[in-house]
Design a protein around this ligand. Structure first.
Ligand SMILES: C[S@@+](CC[C@H](N)C(=O)[O-])C[C@H]1O[C@@H](n2cnc3c(N)ncnc32)[C@H](O)[C@@H]1O
Length: 224
């Protein structure tokens, strides 16, 4: 499946930044996002309080805020956000002025030193990275992580009729969301096995692939 040029993805998110948080509050999306945040908290449960988190494709830091609300405080002691869309990143910076925000491209070399992160968040971003560079991109994420660090990220996979997700399958709003996703040209064709193989090859051990909905999976992987 071909994906749009980086400039088109950037333009898409640049334009949506003013409305992004409002969009995430819509009934069904809000419900799904809460499930993602809860799962992410489970992924990171064993990381110490003084951990450093890198968030690749942080967007407006909307899900960081969500996690913070669920937990009552932030996950670690230091955060670094990376995104290609300056308007999204500005919104994240408005929420968290003490965090480091870096305008950079996850399809290329990350401007971060090696073995920096205890936790790496990559929520709804891998599906926007083309096949040709995805392996490289995951290797880069592994590079910036400490051994034993944890990655948590949500990806789209082809619908799994056997998934135990309680997400309502015929909900009209969900179909609407799927259309919006295809407009964004999210790659929804990669199987769980393909993602697992990419992670294995990059030096991760995949610990969990949990269905948030029947076609969205939260991956938890340990840097080995
Ligand atoms: C679907 S949004 C998710 C935002 C955030 N992770 C969340 O869950 O709220 C995808 C984000 O990834 C960013 N993005 C897409 N491709 C990227 C790339 N190659 N490098 C860095 N950021 C990218 C977009 O600008 C956008 O902010």
């Amino acid at each position: 499946m071909s994906l749009p040029e980086l400039k088109d993805v950037r333009a898409f998110y640049r334009e949506r930044a003013p409305y992004w948080d409002m969009f995430m509050e819509r009934e069904l999306i809000n419900k799904v996002r809460n499930k993602e945040a809860e799962r992410m908290l489970l992924s990171f449960r064993d990381l110490p309080q003084n951990s450093i988190y890198v968030d690749i494709g942080i967007g407006t830091a909307e899900h960081q805020r969500r996690i913070e609300k669920l937990l009552g405080n932030r996950l670690g002691k230091r955060y670094i956000g990376v995104d290609i869309a300056d308007t999204m990143l500005q919104k994240a910076l408005n929420k968290y002025p003490d965090d480091t925000m870096i305008l950079a491209n996850a399809r290329s070399i990350l401007p971060l030193r090696s073995a920096l992160a205890d936790g790496l968040i990559v929520q709804h971003v891998l599906s926007l990275i083309p096949d040709e560079v995805l392996q490289w991109s995951i290797i880069e994420m592994r590079r910036v992580m400490k051994k034993g660090g944890i990655l948590s990220g949500c990806v789209y996979v082809p619908s799994d009729p056997f998934s135990k997700s309680d997400f309502p399958r015929n909900y009209p709003q969900y179909r609407e969301k799927k259309l919006a996703d295809s407009e964004r040209s999210l790659n929804q064709d990669r199987s769980k096995l393909e993602y697992k193989t990419l992670f294995d090859k990059a030096g991760f051990g995949v610990e969990d692939m949990h269905h948030i909905t029947w076609d969205a999976v939260q991956i938890t992987a340990i840097a080995i």
